[in-house]
Design a protein around this ligand. Structure first.
Ligand code: PLP
Length: 295
C-alpha cells in the first residue's frame, strides 16, 4: 500500500503521444507488482533514473536533477521526458514526505516493453536512513581501475559514460570489491591515471583554500550535490575549481569527500588502507548546508 513512508506514482504515458514520455500521474501501491517482465528495464537495464533528496518536503537541486535526467535521455536516445510532469511527480511525493527531515525520491524512465513505443515511468519515495557514521567519522575508500580512458566520452559515446542509466551492476560489483578489501566505498581511476568518481558519488578535494573536483568531460556524472557545494564554496572562504586530478592530488589533499544526493558529504578517512585527515568543521558546515537546502 501507499503508506505514509512508501509512496509510488506511476507516470503513465496513456495521455501522451505514442513514443513520448508524456502522460499523467497515477497513485499506485508500492507493495504490488507493476513492472512487466517484458520491460527492458528488467531484461536489459535499458533506462535512466535520478535519486533526489528531500529536505522537510523540499526537493533539493531538483532542476539540476531534471537537467541530468534530460541529458541521460538524450544520450540513450529515449523520448525527451516531459519536464513539468516529472517535476510534478517529485513535488507530489515530496509534499507527502514533508513530515520527515530527510527523505528521497527516485524517478525512473525505461524504454518500455520491447517492440512498443511507449516508455515506462515511475517515481518512488521514502524516508532516508541515518548516515551519522558516514557523515561524521568518515569512510574508508579504495582506488579501483575503471578500465576506461579519460577520453572515453568523446571516443566511445556508446559506452554511455556520464549517463545515469539503470545498468548499475558494475557500480554494485565495485562496492562489493571495496567490502572484500575491508573498505566502505570506491574512487574509480581512469586507465590513464586520472581520478574519476565513486560508484554513486562525486569526489571533492580541499587543497588549501581550493575545493576541487574532476571535470565531467572525463566521462563521469555531473554531480548535483557537488554543483550546489561549489556554488556555496565562497561561504567557507573557498575557491571552486574543476580540473583533472590524480591519485597524488588525493594523497596530498587537506581533506576529501564523496558527495551525493542522499548521503550528502562523507569525509574520506583512508585511501587503500592509508589513513588521511578529515576536516570535521568543514564537513559539518557542508552537511548543514546540504541538509538545509529548500530547492
Ligand atoms: N556519480 C555517480 C556514478 C552517481 O551514481 C552519483 C549519484 O548517484 C553521483 C556521482 C552523485 O550525483 P548527485 O550528487 O547528483 O547525487
Amino acid at each position: 500500500m501507499n503508506t505514509e513512508e512508501h509512496l509510488l506514482l506511476v507516470v503513465s504515458a496513456a495521455g501522451g503521444e505514442a513514443g513520448s514520455s508524456g502522460g499523467r500521474l497515477i497513485d499506485a501501491d508500492p507493495g504490488q507488482p507493476h513492472l512487466s517482465v517484458l520491460d527492458v528495464a528488467a531484461t536489459r537495464g535499458d533506462g535512466i533514473f535520478e535519486t533526489i533528496s528531500l529536505g522537510a518536503g523540499h526537493p533539493q537541486a531538483v532542476e539540476l536533477h531534471l537537467d541530468r535526467f534530460e541529458r541521460s535521455a538524450r544520450m540513450l536516445d529515449l523520448p525527451a521526458p516531459d519536464r513539468a510532469l516529472w517535476r510534478d511527480a517529485v513535488l507530489t511525493i515530496a509534499a507527502r514526505l514533508a513530515a520527515h527531515d530527510e527523505a528521497w525520491v527516485k524517478i525512473v524512465l525505461t524504454r518500455g516493453i520491447e517492440g512498443h513505443p511507449d516508455p515506462t515511468g515511475w517515481a518512488y519515495g521514502t524516508v532516508s536512513p541515518a548516515f551519522r557514521r558516514e557523515r561524521t567519522e568518515g569512510i574508508d575508500v579504495v582506488l579501483l581501475d575503471r578500465g576506461l580512458r579519460s577520453d572515453v566520452a568523446a571516443t566511445s559515446p556508446w559506452l554511455l559514460a556520464g549517463a545515469k542509466t539503470l545498468s548499475y551492476a558494475i557500480n554494485r560489483a565495485a562496492a562489493r570489491e571495496a567490502q572484500r578489501r575491508g573498505a566502505d566505498d570506491v574512487v574509480f581511476v581512469s586507465s590513464d591515471g586520472l581520478l574519476l568518481e565513486g560508484p554513486t558519488a562525486t569526489l571533492v578535494l580541499r587543497t588549501g583554500d581550493r575545493l576541487r573536483t574532476p571535470p565531467d568531460a572525463l566521462g563521469i556524472l555531473p554531480g548535483t550535490t557537488q554543483a550546489d557545494l561549489f556554488t556555496a564554496a565562497h561561504l567557507w572562504g573557498l575557491e571552486a575549481v574543476v580540473e583533472p586530478l590524480t591519485p597524488a592530488d588525493l594523497a596530498e589533499a587537506d581533506a576529501a569527500w564523496l558527495v551525493s544526493s542522499v548521503r550528502h558529504a562523507a569525509p574520506i578517512r583512508s585511501v587503500d588502507g592509508v589513513a588521511r585527515a578529515i576536516d570535521a568543521p568543514l564537513t559539518a558546515a557542508m552537511n548543514g548546508f546540504l541538509r538545509a537546502r529548500r530547492s
